[in-house]
Design a protein around this ligand. Structure first.
Ligand code: ADP
Length: 245
């Protein structure tokens, strides 16, 4: 099974492409780090991969289906940047958010004991059982991330896509968070992670896609570290390469 398959994908908001001629694949079990300078098209590329935007040209498949035909949304857990920054205005509890994920998986509106057990297990896995009755909009960014990941686990998602999930999260919680991602990946969930700290990505991800509108590298982490892709991608931008490890 191929999770995501992009062939020659180009997308522009206006005149200038934000993503140009990108071909890449995410296979089952991959942990893909998606990196590049600010404004290099990472979020746009992720949106294209998940079918949230349609390409101007090129083709996209999700789970071996053309993205336009894909309607198994519960197979994907997507945690946007907005999810980290805001909790939404609706007073919903963590348990309610995670239970919604289970509804998506179960496909019916009356949950069984097994479904409730799956919700409990998801809360347990991401270590937020004690927050189950708290409102999501009262959590810290890091706690909220975990709530959304628990929702994806309850829906038995095959792919977790995260857009800079640890912005505003302290170093210790960040480390714990990335350990969680690594263990979820080891349990078989494919991960696509946008992260500005290159050290985190090369420590955790098995594969790297490095972009600056066009793709500068797509392959395993070792060959990326040995390549010049990073300096080439940052090249003329003058932006600092964050490398905390
Ligand atoms: P990154 O995630 O790497 O920071 P983005 O994908 O957010 O990059 O943005 C890529 C380019 O597209 C940037 O030049 C950005 O200004 C532009 N862009 C992003 N979103 C929009 C939008 N909704 N409308 C117009 N331009 C956009």
């Amino acid at each position: 099974m191929t999770v995501v398959d992009l062939e020659n994908v180009t997308f522009a908001y206006g005149e200038q492409p934000a993503v140009k001629n990108v071909s890449l694949r995410v296979e089952e079990g991959d942990f893909l780090g998606l990196i590049g300078p600010n404004g290099s098209g990472k979020t746009t590329l992720l949106h294209l991969m998940l079918g949230l935007r349609s390409p101007d040209s090129g083709s996209i498949e999700l789970f071996d289906e053309p993205v336009d035909d894909f309607n198994d949304g519960e197979r994907i857990g997507y945690v946007s940047q907005q999810a980290t920054n805001r909790g939404g205005s609706m007073p919903v509890t963590v348990r309610e958010v995670v239970t919604m994920g289970r509804f998506a998986h179960a496909g019916h509106s009356r949950l069984t004991d097994e479904d409730h057990a799956a919700v409990d297990e998801a809360l347990e896995t991401v270590a937020i059982t004690d927050l189950a009755d708290r409102q999501v909009n009262q959590l810290s960014g890091g706690q909220r991330q975990r709530a959304y990941i628990a929702r994806a686990l309850a829906s038995e998602a095959d792919l977790l896509a995260l857009d800079e999930p640890t912005v505003g999260v302290d170093a210790e919680s960040r480390d714990a968070f990335y350990q969680l991602l690594e263990s979820l990946n080891e349990s078989g969930i494919a991960i696509i992670l946008i992260e500005h700290d290159i050290g985190v990505v090369t420590d955790r991800a098995s594969r790297i896609a490095c972009i600056n509108t066009e793709l500068y590298h797509h392959g395993d982490t070792e060959s990326f570290v040995e390549s010049d892709a990073l300096t080439e991608a940052y090249g003329a931008t003058g932006q600092v390469i964050h490398h905390h490890h």
